[in-house]
Design a protein around this ligand. Structure first.
Ligand SMILES: Nc1nc2c(ncn2[C@@H]2O[C@H](COP(=O)(O)OP(=O)(O)O)[C@@H](O)[C@H]2O)c(=O)[nH]1
Ligand SMILES: [Mg+2]
Length: 271
């Protein structure tokens, strides 16, 4: 059996029982999957339509553990790999102000999906980019689905997909999910991102508040000492300085240390 220190990101994760138990705690059974894909986005961006297009309506519905918030999960296969798709609650932010936001954020942080697809409404990118940037503070293993492109075109809106992709540092796929346009390209980008063995570098937040950078640097250094392989320590440091109760508790209990597993672990033990 490979030790967690030995294997490379992207290798079959034989020695990551903590990731299985984390996912199980979040209500997800992944034994029959190679990769976990989360679907995030503002409400009404066509998330469910994208989910249905990806899974062909094969889904299992239920509630998030301990919550009355419903969720759907389903799957699809592509080039002999099995992808488990989880629909997160539609949210405008991930700052944990509402139960929906908390569910979405907790899954991204502790479920560590191999890929997060952010579904955005192409007709109002300004509002949608807020969530995109927040998701990218937690994970760079993301693909942006620019949905409702047909509506955007009808309104004379054109989006410079190539520049947007370069600026965000993630693949951007224009889609019109209701008619299935762009879905094959989206699947391909999901598969490429899931199999990537490098870790996309997180972008530092532009900070304009005097003293904040120094405080963040210190907290980040302490976090690094305590949890050397924690992904996105700067984001965690920022939440700690903000007094985010969930994150403070996760650091206090050491639960945050479970995030130190390699992110892109192939879930299929026989793979
Ligand atoms: N024109 C157009 N409508 C879409 C598209 N995708 C979804 N919709 C419609 O947008 C509405 C919201 O979609 P839904 O999937 O429920 O969004 P959700 O709230 O994000 O899950 C529905 O009426 C969909 O039929 C698209 O690509 N083009
Ligand atoms: Mg929906």
């Amino acid at each position: 059996m490979t030790s967690p220190d030995k294997h490379e990101p992207g290798e079959a994760c034989l020695a990551c029982p903590s990731r299985f138990s984390q996912l199980r705690k979040l209500g997800l059974h992944v034994e029959d999957s190679d990769f976990v894909v989360a679907l995030a986005g503002n409400p009404n961006t066509g998330k469910t339509t994208v989910f249905n297009a990806l899974t062909g309506l094969r889904m299992h519905t239920g509630n998030w553990p301990g919550k009355t918030i419903s969720r759907a999960e389903g799957g699809f296969s592509y080039e002999k790999k099995r992808f488990k798709l989880v629909d997160l609650p539609g949210t405008y932010s991930l700052l944990s102000a509402s139960p929906d936001e908390e569910v979405a954020r907790t899954f991204l942080l502790f479920g560590q999906p191999d890929v997060t697809v952010i579904v955005a409404d192409s007709t109002c990118m300004e509002r949608n980019l807020n969530l995109v940037l927040q998701v990218l503070q937690i994970t760079r293993r993301a693909v942006l689905c620019l949905n409702l492109m047909d509506e955007a075109e009808a309104h004379g809106i054109s989006i410079d997909v190539r520049n947007l992709s370069r600026d965000l540092g993630i693949p951007v796929v224009p889609c019109a999910a209701r008619s299935g346009k762009g879905i094959p390209e989206l699947i391909k980008e999901i598969a490429i991102m899931a199999s990537r063995t490098d870790s996309p570098a997180p972008r530092k937040l532009p900070l304009k508040v005097p003293g904040l950078r120094l405080a963040l640097d210190r907290v980040e250094a302490d976090l690094h000492d305590a949890f050397p392989r924690l992904p996105q320590p700067r984001w965690v440091a920022l939440r700690l300085l903000e007094g985010d109760r969930e994150i403070i508790e996760a650091v206090r209990s050491g639960e945050i240390g479970s995030l130190a597993e390699p992110v892109s672990a192939n879930l299929n033990q026989s793979a």
